[in-house]
Design a protein around this ligand. Sequence first.
Ligand SMILES: [Zn+2]
Length: 177
Amino acid sequence: MDAFPEHTIAFTGLKDGEHRFTYELDNAFFVATEQEDYVGGKVHVDVTMDKSQHMLVCKIHVDGTVQVHCDHCNALMDFPVKGDQRQIFTLTGDENEEGDEELVPLDAQAHEVNLTHYFFECITLHMPARRVHPQGQCDPEVDQALSQFTVEHEPEPDPRWEALKALKNDPSDLSIP
Ligand SMILES: [Zn+2]
């Protein structure tokens, strides 16, 4: 997804040590993710960036809701999302560290870093694959239609079992051992 300019941190002007940043992600962000299942959302992001000479250690915390369709009744709902992700940017320009996903080498000349992609990653990481309403909160009409659908497709009773039941219900067969 395209980077949002407001998610760029110009770190060269920052002293070594911890710095905090907050962001509000709204519908525009979720539209920009180009994820069909993310209709919209409202997520607060806290970033703690620990700057040292050779790296930036970013702790990203997301807390909010993502608008998705319920996987059971298909109604729109605000699904809660909350979680953390750590992202480390190295400033040495050393590409050898690329194997570790948590470590992202920045160009030695870089003076800013954009976090849009990492906010998206953090949210996606904490969204379960199956998103459904809490029990009893699905669209009641759809719920009812679905339950009828389930009943209609129950397997046919086993004919042997039916025969056995008929046998047991017939008093004339009492002599059978
Ligand atoms: Zn539902």
